[in-house]
Design a protein around this ligand. Sequence first.
Ligand code: SAM
Length: 113
Amino acid sequence: MEGAEPYAAIAKRNFEQLDLQVSVVIGLFQDTLQQVLQQQSKIDFAFIDGHHDERATISYYKQLLPFLSNNAVIVFDDIAWSEGMKRAWHYLCNDKCIKTAVSLFNVGICVVF
Ligand SMILES: C[S@@+](CC[C@H](N)C(=O)[O-])C[C@H]1O[C@@H](n2cnc3c(N)ncnc32)[C@H](O)[C@@H]1O
C-alpha cells in the first residue's frame, strides 16, 4: 500500500522483475486500509512504514488487530523519528494485546496475541 503513485510504480516494477505475486494498492492508508483488510484472510505479518504520526500509527494498529492471526508480528518503522512516534511506540509497548515488543531503536517489532 502506497500513497504516492510514482513510488507505487517503482515497487510494482520491482515485484514484477523479481517475479513476486504482490498486489500494490495506491491511495492513502486512511482511504484504503479498511478495504484491504476486509479482503484478507488472517494476517501473520504486517509492516508499517508510512504516515509516521502518533495518532495515525495507533489507529492503523487498532484497525489491524481484528484481522491478525494468533502470534502475528507487526513491524513499525521509524518509531524514534519524532516525539509523536516515540509516544506511539510507548502506547504499543503497554497495550494489552501486545505480548512482546522489541525496540531496535528505529524499528519496533511486536508479537500480538
Ligand atoms: C519511509 S517511506 C517507506 C517506503 C517503503 N516502505 C520503503 O522502504 O521504500 C514512507 C512511504 O509512505 C508513504 N506514505 C506516507 N503517508 C502515507 C499515507 N497516509 N498513505 C499512504 N502512503 C503514505 C510515502 O509516500 C512513502 O513512500
